[in-house]
Write a protein that binds this ligand. Structure first.
Ligand code: GTP
Ligand code: SPV
Ligand code: MN
Length: 591
């Protein structure tokens, strides 16, 4: 598209035009910019963002195509307290979600949105969640007054005409309206209206609050649609394991925010796994549906990674290091004098001096971290050397295993396998994890985070569990279900398990289980590896003794664990499927 038409109206879909018109009358922007996803558009908007100081151009020799952004220090993570599911009844949203009646919330929000874009441009971003041509793919349109959101969305989703082509003259698209307003936590709301396929987000300019395709559409609205339409929308990475013989096995894994999905999805096996290769299909979100052959087929609806920066280095995640070396937007990391970026846990020396994520001078003596713990990169998935070609396959990939995992300093062994699907649903439903910097508040506390979906399930959590149970009946060949914990610690507070690339050893056992190639021992929690069949070769300082420690099932810890599950079960009692109560009884009987 030539520059003459840049930003001009570019759709004939009357429903879209009418809706944009209505929202324009409400928000009263000075200008409307219709995005088409072109390279010319990217260049124009990037230049504008730099000129306005929203982005800083990084050292282009070191980081070609990379830019830097600082968010408002009051706006650095998802805010669960400000996130609402607005269904007709409170029961539909369930006790784990904030709820408000749709009418009331629309009224309140429309007051806030009234004139919110005066003096600003409203960008119209048509986007696809999913590869073009997939039956699972959905269309969203996000209206936003943030150029940073536009430039991030074009990394995170397939934006532009590809979305209008998928939509045609249809009116089936998600309506997303976002305004930064004055970025004030008192006027910050992220509201979902599943019955209208609508999202209204105001008062934030960061991450999952404003990149509406991600947590809002792909998970909260997505999960509600999935239940209605017979599929699953999950907070899961998807990866493919290729054996030296070329056998490909796909697994999906649900770990809560900042608990290792991106790292696991990009894993590079240890040296002695010659010929084994891990392919990334997705690092955060998984949409799955039973195929004609009775297996679950999964797509990654996203096109980029919005990943945690701190701790990323060539030892922990070499593929991520390559992925974020170009065409990446960095948010809230530290800035070096030469226009390079830095963060805690980066390769190389600690800088003598830099600007921290707030723009203040930082030295190694500073008490605060240079990069915010939830600083993030937005990078296109096509930069990933391990990107699975299937990431663009409209059919998706058949899933052989689902892996649940939390961040647990105690109690949870490194690996076990559920006895069957229903037991696996119980294991996922009762998952616990220490809270991380990905959301505001409660850092380090263990909370129940069912299927890593506590902040993302768009309806009643009890009904969500029932939907999981129902999916067993819709798929003749369901995946096996596993639970992992990379984060168990010893008495001194050191991680017992080396993690990262070494997680391949656990993955290998999982893959072998899926293909019926390895036996297992029955434990109270589920099937566990036999020591002699778990690969401990070439693992420095980690032998059978350490393996026993990391796999230990301690009666006192498990008594506590089961008691702490009680709170969730009581909270959900009105809709909790009885299968889960029985599973709990069975676990108590086994312990
Ligand atoms: P979201 O993007 O918030 O959904 O996070 P995520 O689940 O993708 O988490 P990510 O892979 O970004 O990892 C988060 C943090 O966990 C980083 O600081 C990692 O260094 C750390 N981490 C990841 N894998 C491991 C592991 O195997 N062992 C240990 N000890 N830490 C890990
Ligand atoms: C998460 O918190 O799980 C994320 C980051 O992936 S955000 O997009 O902010 O939700
Ligand atoms: Mn996530």
């Amino acid at each position: 598209m030539s520059n003459v038409t840049l930003g001009k109206s570019n759709t004939k879909n009357q429903t879209v035009i009418t809706w944009v018109d209505e929202m324009t009358k409400l928000c009263k922007p000075d200008r409307i910019f219709w995005c088409d996803g072109s390279v010319a558009e990217k260049e124009t908007l990037t230049a504008e963002a730099v000129e306005k100081g929203i982005l800083i151009k990084l050292n282009q020799e070191k980081l070609p195509g990379c830019y830097y952004h600082r968010s408002n220090p009051n706006d650095v993570a998802r805010v669960e307290q400000c996130t609402y599911i607005c269904t007709e009844s409170k029961e539909e949203a369930g006790p784990t979600n904030n709820w408000a009646p749709p009418k009331e919330m629309y009224q309140k929000l429309y007051q806030l949105f009234d004139s919110s874009m005066k003096g600003r441009t409203m960008y119209v971003i048509p986007y696809l969640m999913g590869p073009p041509g997939s039956p699972l793919t959905k269309v969203g349109i996000e209206l936003t007054d943030s150029i940073y959101v536009v430039l991030s969305m074009r990394i995170m989703a397939r934006i532009g005409n590809v979305a209008y082509e998928h939509l045609g003259q249809n009116n089936d698209f998600n309506r997303g309206l976002h305004s930064m307003l004055d970025v004030n936590p008192d006027r910050r709301l992220i509201c979902h209206f599943p019955q209208d396929n609508t999202i209204l987000s105001i008062g934030s300019a960061y991450g999952g609050n404003v990149l509406l395709g991600k947590k809002c559409l792909a998970l909260r609205i997505g999960s509600a649609l999935a239940r209605k339409e017979g599929w699953m929308a999950e907070h899961m990475l998807i990866l493919g394991v290729e054996s030296p013989a070329g056998e490909k096995t796909y697994v999906a894994a649900a770990f809560p925010s900042a608990c290792g999905k991106t790292n696991f999805a990009m894993l590079i096996p240890p040296a002695h796994y010659k010929g084994w290769k891990i392919w990334t299909v997705g690092d955060d979100i998984c949409w799955m549906k039973p195929g004609a052959d009775g297996r679950l087929y999964a797509i990654n609806p996203e096109a980029g990674y919005f990943g945690v920066v701190p701790g990323t280095n060539s030892k922990s995640n070499p593929n991520a290091v390559k992925t974020i070396a170009r065409d990446t937007v960095y948010t809230n990391v530290a800035l070096l004098p030469d226009g390079d970026v830095w963060w805690e846990g980066k390769d190389g020396p600690i800088p003598k001096e830099c600007l921290d994520w707030k723009g203040n001078k930082w030295t190694p003596d500073s008490k605060e971290k240079a990069a915010h713990p939830n600083s993030r990169f937005a990078a296109p998935m096509t930069n990933n050397p391990a990107l699975a070609p299937e990431a663009n396959d409209p059919k998706g990939v058949p899933i052989s295993a689902i892996i649940f995992g939390g961040r647990r300093a105690s109690t949870m062994p490194l690996i076990f396998e559920a006895f069957d699907w229903i037991h696996g649903v119980y294991v996922g439903a009762t998952m616990g994890s220490e809270m991380t910097a990905a959301a505001v508040g409660g850092l380090g506390q263990v909370r129940r985070d069912p299927m890593a979906m506590l902040p993302f399930c768009g309806y009643n959590m009890g009904d969500y569990f029932r939907h999981w149970l129902r999916m067993r009946k819709l798929s003749q060949h369901p995946p096996r279900i596993f639970h992992v914990n990379w984060f168990r610690k010893d008495e001194q507070g050191n991680f017992l398990w080396p993690g990262f690339g070494e997680n391949m050893r656990v993955l290998k056992w999982i893959v072998d289980r899926c293909h019926g190639r390895v036996a297992a021992t029955e434990s109270p929690l589920g099937w566990v590896p036999r020591m002699e069949e778990f690969d401990l070769a070439n693992l420095d300082g980690f032998g059978p003794e350490q393996f026993s420690k990391v796999q230990a099932i301690k009666a006192d810890e498990w008594k506590q664990e089961i008691v702490s599950q009680e709170e969730l079960f009581i909270n959900l009692h009105a809709t909790l499927p009885k299968e889960l109560i029985f599973e709990r009884e069975l676990l108590i009987a086994r312990l």
